[in-house]
Design a protein around this ligand. Sequence first.
Ligand SMILES: [Zn+2]
Ligand SMILES: [Zn+2]
Length: 111
Amino acid sequence: MAKQKGAQDLEAVVMDTLRLVFLLPIALAALLQRLWGARKVLGNALACPTCNTQIPLTGMWQCKKCNFVFYGFYFAKCKVCRGVRPFINCPACGASTRNPLIVWWWRKERG
Ligand SMILES: [Zn+2]
Ligand SMILES: [Zn+2]
């Protein structure tokens, strides 16, 4: 019995290490994104995964939450309500692309 328990402990340590190795680059990327700013990470356009059109991210946008209209970066935080858009619609095919700057697995885990 004692031997089996030892093996389980080892397995837990290995799993923890693997998780750390896997999550560390993601955490670092999120940190760098915060340091650099969303615009430098994404550039001025985002490729649509459905039709491959370059969706322009700079322009005149209206906040969906508070209707504040501004010129600038699509995924930037709204200056009034601090809201961030979760997705953008492709102007060519109409398919939505999720905001790549939101860490979706993190959101899901936190509910
Ligand atoms: Zn498209
Ligand atoms: Zn707003």
